[in-house]
Structure formats: structure tokens, C-alpha cells
Design a protein around this ligand. Structure first.
Ligand code: PLP
Length: 418
């Protein structure tokens, strides 16, 4: 195998825009939905803290105290950014998958989880047996109706109202389509159910406020939010979390360990589920991005992203063999993600050619949402009347740092495919 070395990373830009993203000249990253590039705010926060590198919650030294303070400030900043209520916990995890697995382990016995088949695997697989998976709806209103019907059915004759958790995405990682989170939350509430929103794809593109949306739990990934890998968040109601066994048993998660085997008092609060030394730099970097986004003109960022999205979708529609994947109607609100296929072309080969010959990075496959992607590929075949669609798709995703020139380069490269 030939290994091609990328050119060295450019020197840090002089401009102090905290939401400028780092990158490598000549490489066009159109794969933000997988992992977004690192924002300057995150890189600066890490660089500033590195000289102080020391233990967190475990030392009396000045370095350690500063690191502990930085970690807890990061918790506060992330909680504020997502509208955490006074009695919510903000628990640092590794990523969204970890956050949803943590919540799955904290469910009271007998909880029924209701999801849709359109979810990412991270929001399908952690849930216990007996969970209800609703079919992929055809519209946002259809999703609300289906949830209402399912919850009505679940509650019928259930005398003591056992716990129900609705688990939905804020925006699809396959199509970018936004889900009607506020309406789904209202529906859940009407049936005395709780709701968790997988905001892995929504949070990088739009403000998300758990209090305003009236959702109980939120999960996000730092690496999709312009921070480095390794830090995510589960935010939400304290009661289930404080009553659950610790997610990671070990140091930091206990308030007392006696001499007898199993004589242990577990901590309450976020510490209960954050056993072991935490990812200080990941938390601080994520908080720095949250702060930078809070100070940014989100409406302008949204308008720019929608411009790129429109150019991309128009350009794809003009290509004779391109067929877009979608769940809802063509005008449903979306974040900056588009998946498509080129009839008669293998998606993996197209992605490899774009990378190798044009320096363009995008994703091919079924995007860790196999049930949804398969269904949308079948729908795309029916809609286009083509019988030569490939079995996997291509996904373009944009965000901070993406430009019209990037989109145009992609469209030109697609038009020129060998
Ligand atoms: C909607 C959605 N949920 C969850 C995840 C899982 O995120 P992570 O891999 O950071 O755990 C992803 C990742 O692509 C995603 O797109």
C-alpha cells in the first residue's frame, strides 16, 4: 500500500476569529457530520491549559486546582450553552454513543423506550429489549402522529404508568432533515413520557436549549462540534441518573469505600458516572466552542450554511445521474448535510476518486444508520425510476469554514468523474 503524506499543517492564522477552523491547504473537508474540523477557540483553550496540565479533582497543588476549576467551569459553560435547568446534571462522556449508553443504563427497571427506525445506530442499539421502534415517518407531522398513537397504545390499560422514554434525533445524519423536536417533546409530555434528543448533528448547526424545548435529556459529541475527539455530554434530569448504578465504577465515583467487599457509597451528581480521571482537555475545548458559538451571529451562520446547501442541492439536481436521499418532502428544513447516489456508479469508488484526484473528503456507506439508509435507497430508486442505483450512498456535509468555492469544486469534480 502506498502511503501519501499530507503536507504539513499551516501555521496558525493570525486572525483571532474563535470560530475559524484549522485545516490543511489543498484539502476540502466536506465530511463535517462525521467529525468537524477543530475550531480555533478549541485549539487555543487547549494550548492555554497545557502548561497547567495536572490532575483533576485529585490534587492540592496549584496546577491541579486550576485544572479542577477549568473542568468544572467547562461543565457550567456547556450546561449554560444547552439551557440546562438548575437540577439537571451535565455529565462528560466520550461522545454521543457513550452518552446514550449511559442513559440506557440509568433507565428505571421496566422503562419502555420508543424510537424511530430513522435513528443513527447510537440511538437504536443501546436501548433495552422490549423497546418500540416506530417505522420511519413520511413527514415531521407524521412523526408526531405516530408517536402520539404509540404512546396512547402504551398507556392504554397501564394502571401505574411505568416509565417511558422517547429517543429521537434532532437532525438526521443521513439526510440532514430536522425532526420536530419541540412537538415530539410536547407529545411525550402529554403522555407522561420523558424524551431524550440525540443532538449530535443538530447542535453543530443550530442553538439547542433543553429548557425551551422541554426535553429531558440531550446527548452531543465534541468532535462534531469543532472540538477535539474524546469528549461528549449527557445532560438532563438528575433523578434517574442519581438512582442508577454508576456507569463506570472506580475512583472518583465514590464518596466512601469501606474495608468489606462491596461496602461502597457511590457519589451523586455527575461524579457518579464519571469514574476515572476525566478528559479535561476535551471538556475545556468543547466549552470554548460553546462559548464562541454563544457569542456568534448564529442567524448569519445559518444563512451562509443554507446558501451552501441550496447551491449543493441545485448542483446535484442538475447532474443527470444524481439522486438525493430524503425522508420527508424536498422542502423540509435541513442542516448542512446531503446524501445522494450516482446511478451506475459505486459510491466507494466515487469517494476514492474525489479524495485522490480532487482533495475532497466526503463519506460513503450507510452512515451507521443502516435501516434508514437502506429504506431511503429503495425510495430513491422508486422515485427516480432507476434500477442501477448502488447499494450505498455518498454524503456531503458542511459547516464552519465551508465555502461556495468548496461546493463548486465538488460539483465540478462530480461532473468530471471518469
Ligand atoms: C445523529 C447521530 N447520533 C449519534 C452519533 C454518534 O456519535 P459519536 O460517534 O460521536 O458517538 C452520530 C455520529 O455520526 C450521529 O450522526
Amino acid at each position: 500500500m502506498t502511503v501519501t503524506l499530507l503536507p504539513p499543517a499551516p501555521p496558525a492564522p493570525a486572525a483571532a476569529d474563535p470560530l475559524a477552523v484549522l485545516g490543511v491547504p489543498g484539502q476540502i473537508n466536506l465530511d463535517h457530520a462525521a467529525s468537524a474540523p477543530c475550531a480555533r477557540a478549541a485549539a487555543d483553550a487547549v494550548a492555554e491549559l497545557l502548561p497547567w496540565y495536572a490532575s483533576v479533582h485529585r490534587g492540592a497543588g496549584a496546577l491541579s486546582r486550576r485544572c479542577t476549576l477549568a473542568y468544572e467551569r467547562a461543565r457550567q459553560a456547556v450546561g449554560d450553552a444547552f439551557g440546562a435547568r438548575a437540577d439537571d446534571h451535565v455529565i462528560f462522556t466520550r461522545n454521543t454513543t457513550d452518552a446514550l449508553n449511559l442513559l440506557a443504563r440509568a433507565l428505571p427497571t421496566g422503562t419502555t423506550v420508543v424510537t424511530f427506525a430513522g435513528e443513527h445506530h447510537a440511538n437504536l442499539l443501546p436501548w433495552p429489549r422490549g423497546s418500540v421502534r416506530l417505522p420511519v415517518p413520511e413527514s415531521p407531522a407524521g412523526a408526531v402522529r405516530a408517536l402520539d398513537a404509540a404512546l396512547t397504545e402504551l398507556r392504554r390499560g397501564a394502571g401505574s404508568a411505568p416509565p417511558v422514554l422517547v429517543a429521537v434525533t434532532g437532525a438526521s445524519n443521513v439526510t440532514g432533515e430536522r425532526w420536530p423536536v419541540a412537538e415530539l417533546a410536547r407529545t411525550a409530555r402529554r403522555h407522561a413520557a420523558r424524551i431524550v434528543v440525540d443532538a449530535a448533528q443538530l447542535a453543530p448547526h443550530a442553538p439547542v436549549d433543553v429548557a425551551a424545548l422541554d426535553v429531558d435529556y440531550l446527548a452531543v459529541s465534541g468532535h462534531k462540534l469543532y472540538a477535539p475527539f474524546g469528549a461528549g455530554v449527557l445532560l438532563g434530569r438528575a433523578d434517574w441518573l442519581d438512582a442508577a448504578p454508576p456507569y463506570l465504577a472506580g475512583g472518583g465515583a465514590t464518596s466512601h469505600v469501606g474495608s468489606a467487599t462491596h461496602e461502597v457509597r457511590w457519589a451523586t451528581g455527575p461524579a457518579r458516572h464519571e469514574g476515572g480521571t476525566p478528559n479535561l482537555l476535551g471538556a475545556v475545548a468543547l466549552a470554548a466552542v460553546c462559548d464562541a458559538l454563544a457569542g456568534a451571529d448564529r442567524a448569519a451562520l445559518h444563512a451562509h450554511e443554507q446558501l451552501l446547501l441550496a447551491r449543493l442541492r441545485d448542483g446535484l439536481a442538475a447532474l443527470p445521474d444524481a439522486v438525493e436521499l430524503r425522508t420527508f418532502g424536498p422542502d423540509a428544513p435541513r442542516v448542512g448535510i446531503v446524501s445522494f447516489v450516482l446511478a451506475g456508479r459505486d459510491s466507494a469508488e466515487v469517494a476514492a476518486e474525489l479524495a485522490g484526484e480532487h482533495g475532497i473528503g466526503l463519506r460513503d456507506g450507510l452512515f451507521c444508520a443502516h435501516p434508514l439508509a437502506r429504506r431511503l435507497l429503495a425510495e430513491a430508486a422508486a422515485r427516480s425510476g432507476r434500477d442501477d442505483l448502488p447499494p450505498t450512498a455518498l454524503r456531503v456535509s458542511v459547516g464552519l469554514g465551508s465555502t461556495l468555492a468548496h461546493v463548486d469544486r465538488l460539483l465540478a469534480a462530480l461532473a468530471a468523474l471518469r
